[in-house]
Design a protein around this ligand. Structure first.
Ligand code: ZN
Length: 429
């Protein structure tokens, strides 16, 4: 779900609070869960060394146990694997009061191959996302859409439980659910309200209380409704982006928008804004998902001044991608170099992005906030559905950021002919 973008169009209602409630309810059932797919053993997130023995240990911040979906590293088990081959089952679903219009495979084609390509690019090829649609027709549910009581913020029980049970029993003769790591339910766009009015799309992640199919719980399922058409004529290029957002939850990522919209992180992460021009994930999320090697992450935990070189985050290959400066065991500053490349097509100011990560803040409540190097500038983009103010947030050579409370200072010292940026971190009074 993404209420942030809905604020851009005044006629959209705001329902951020209930959306957050829905997600946390879904996630709250995840404690102590195992992997949903038989034969899969790796957990989501990086293969992290023990915190006490690695130089990155002090940067592996974590939240309290009460936080249901945290930015902490490592990601708890129960979510879908985020590296290697991940098999996504796609079912196109319709109802007697909302019969599918056109071919079901055309609905599938609104999201693929773009979603596969998006994950390959963002993960540097580490996530081999394999979408399958073993049932090529609309899967007709036994009850009309309105009888499931699906509305924005609807909890899993009872409506979604009934819907999942009906999906499982209808699809089961043709589908072995054990063959898949996650489920995408692509609802016929004429069921429910327009996404311009209310975004119904939602994910229930790590949900081991979900109905069981072929011996495995349908624990990680994304539901996509309507069409996120921003009216700019780019639906065929950007309308798919709700799915990588929803699948981000399946891999354990929290929402970065808040009740106030996308003002905390802007267009710097698809978990913040998934309407409009393409955008990538923050480096923090790439580390959390296991897409960065430990050698690509610097942890500036020592007192004094340390020097770090950042290469563009979207660029494949070695080099520093993420610098993290821990403040305490739950919070810290992340530093990375963003350029207009890869999935980051809306970047209008290249530079060093600095943001605070708080593993103790739950999904939808602002676990990450970007530091704006140019407050109240109005930003450098007028692209629709891109939060403008933060679009020119990155720092340039010669600028610095200082957190007076922690005494942490990050100085952008310069850049080399290849565009790599040199950064100094000073810790102390
Ligand atoms: Zn979301």
């Amino acid at each position: 779900m993404q209420p942030s973008s809905r604020r851009i169009r005044p006629r959209r209602r705001t329902a951020a609070l209930v959306s957050v409630t829905a997600l946390t309810l879904a996630v709250s059932t995840s404690a102590g869960s195992g992997h949903p797919t038989a034969g899969s053993t790796s957990a989501a997130g990086p293969v992290a060394p023990a915190a006490g023995t690695s130089p990155l240990g002090p940067c592996m911040i974590s939240g309290s146990t009460g936080v249901q979906m945290s930015e902490g590293i490592p990601t708890p088990t129960g979510y879908a694997r985020s590296t290697g081959t991940v098999r996504a089952l796609n079912l196109m679903v319709d109802f007697s009061d909302a019969p599918g219009q056109g071919r079901a495979l055309d609905r599938f084609g609104e999201f693929f191959p773009q979603t596969t390509d998006w994950f390959r690019t963002s993960s540097y090829g580490r996530l081999d996302y394999r979408p399958q649609a073993p049932i090529g027709d609309w899967l007709r549910m036994p009850k009309p859409f309105k009888e499931y009581g699906i509305e924005r913020g609807a909890p899993f029980d009872p409506g979604y439980r009934e819907l999942v049970q009906d999906i499982v029993s209808t699809a089961d003769p043709k589908v072995n659910f054990q063959d898949y790591d996650l489920l995408n339910v692509l609802i016929t766009p004429n069921a429910g309200p327009s996404a311009l009015d209310t975004v119904l799309s939602v994910t229930f992640a790590g949900n081991t209380e979900a109905p069981v199919a072929d011996g495995v719980p349908v624990a990680n399922a994304s539901f996509v409704y309507s069409r996120q058409d921003d009216g700019s004529g780019t639906y065929t290029e950007t309308g798919y982006r709700v799915l990588p957002h929803e699948n981000g939850h399946v891999f354990g990522l929290p929402d970065l928008y808040t009740q106030d919209g996308g003002g905390a992180v802007g267009h710097w992460d698809i978990m913040s804004e998934d309407w409009g021009a393409d955008n990538d994930l923050l480096g923090w999320h790439k580390w959390k998902l296991g897409w960065l090697d430990d050698s690509q992450v610097s942890c500036a935990a020592s007192p004094g001044t340390t020097e770090h070189v950042l290469t563009p985050l979207t660029e494949r290959g070695g080099g520093g991608k993420l610098l993290f400066v821990p403040v305490d065991a739950k919070t810290g500053y992340a530093v990375e170099l963003r350029t207009q490349a890869g999935n980051d097509e809306a970047v209008c100011k290249t530079g060093v992005l600095i943001y605070k990560v708080n593993a103790d803040v739950d999904t939808g409540h602002g676990p990450i906030s970007v530091v704006d190097s140019t407050k109240d500038s109005g930003g450098c983009t007028r692209s629709p559905n891109v939060h403008a103010e933060l679009s020119d947030a990155p720092f340039s050579p010669g600028q610095y950021f200082k957190d007076l409370d922690s005494g942490i200072r990050v100085t952008i010292a310069g850049k080399d002919p290849k565009g790599n940026h040199r950064v100094y971190v000073t810790r102390g009074p």
